[in-house]
Design a protein around this ligand. Structure first.
Ligand code: BDR
Ligand code: CA
Length: 313
């Protein structure tokens, strides 16, 4: 099994990533930490806890992260995820307490408690603020105990928030710069792959037919998440399941095609602040620091999602 910490800004697709992690026997979810992004830090923390309550995983430690990005003002995505950050379903009120520590303290605790020969993977499905702070505050612990960072963010030549910038990197480009240049092995799920990872409308309907409380709630969430992506400008047939690509990769790498390359972030561009610069053709000669997902076996990915939802029956 793979030990992971999930740092998320829950978020509809973040919630589905959490579900995949909880449902998979391949994954041991050691902790959940939350970042400001899709909504305010208070809301994303509450959403992560409500999701864990729904999934019956109240024993998993949860801690809230930084209140703002490192440099920029926080910009949220209520237009995509709603006023709560997780609109579309009634989720249960948490009956457990948040950990009395910050996100990076909880990350450090999990790493310290893990054996040397069993390194921990940090999965980031929101802005990289907490990950960057962790690497800056605990660099030795990260080098010693972190296996890799698997993240959803960025794109190669695409944007979903500005013409060339993906939302997670847009929110905190300086944090992404720190993470991408930290020398920790990286795996990236960019928009190029997550836009192929669509759940189609009739598949969302099938989720509604799965007979358990978890699937019922996720049906409502997916229907809400689908609304924003129905705009014909995207050219989608469904809703892109960005964040679950990270966990799906950890469960079964054969679902994806990847290519290793150097990835860095533009932090000063007049029009491109937050753009990920992916050196596909090895033009810089810089170290190939990132394994970039570029293709996905969509039918098998959706099968994994359906099976995971059914496992709560
Ligand atoms: C990313 O932005 C968020 O709205 C989603 O949860 C995902 O992590 C996609 O750009
Ligand atoms: Ca997210």
């Amino acid at each position: 099994t793979k030990k992971i910490i999930l740092d998320c800004d829950s978020g509809h697709d973040d919630a589905l990533a959490l579900l995949l992690a909880v449902a998979s026997p391949e994954i041991e979810l050691k902790a959940v930490t939350t970042s400001a992004g899709n909504q305010t830090p208070e809301k994303t923390l509450n959403n992560a806890m409500r999701t864990l309550q729904l999934l019956g995983q109240t024993q998993i430690p949860v801690a809230g992260g930084n209140q703002t990005p490192l440099v920029k003002e926080l910009e949220t995505a209520g237009n995509v995820h709603g006023e709560s950050g997780l609109d579309g379903a009634e989720l249960p009120t948490p009956t457990f307490e948040v950990q009395p520590m910050t996100a990076i303290e909880l990350m450090a605790k999990v790493l310290r408690e893990s054996d040397e020969d069993e390194k921990v993977t940090l999965v980031v499905t929101g802005p990289m603020t907490n990950a960057a702070l962790f690497l800056r505050v605990y660099p030795d612990l990260a080098k010693e105990k972190l296996a890799q960072i698997v993240f959803m963010g960025g794109a190669m030549g695409l944007g979903n928030w500005t013409p060339s910038v993906e939302f997670n990197i847009f929110v905190d480009p300086e944090a992404a710069k720190i993470v991408l240049n930290a020398g920790i092995p990286l795996v990236m799920a960019p928009l190029n792959v997550t836009h192929q990872a669509q759940i189609l409308e009739d598949e969302i309907k099938q989720v509604g037919q799965i007979d358990n409380e978890v699937a019922k709630a996720f049906h409502g969430l997916l229907e809400f998440f689908g609304i924003y992506h129905k705009d014909p400008k995207w050219g989608f047939d469904g809703a892109p399941l960005h964040d679950p690509c990270t966990i799906a990769w950890l469960i079964d790498e054969t679902l994806f095609e990847t290519k290793r390359m150097n990835v860095d972030v533009e932090t000063t561009g007049e029009l491109t602040r937050g753009e990920t610069i992916c050196d596909y053709y090895e033009l810089t000669g810089k170290e190939k620091n990132t394994e970039v997902m570029l293709g996905i076996d969509r039918p098998r990915f959706i099968q994994l999602i359906m099976d995971s939802l059914r496992s709560f029956g």
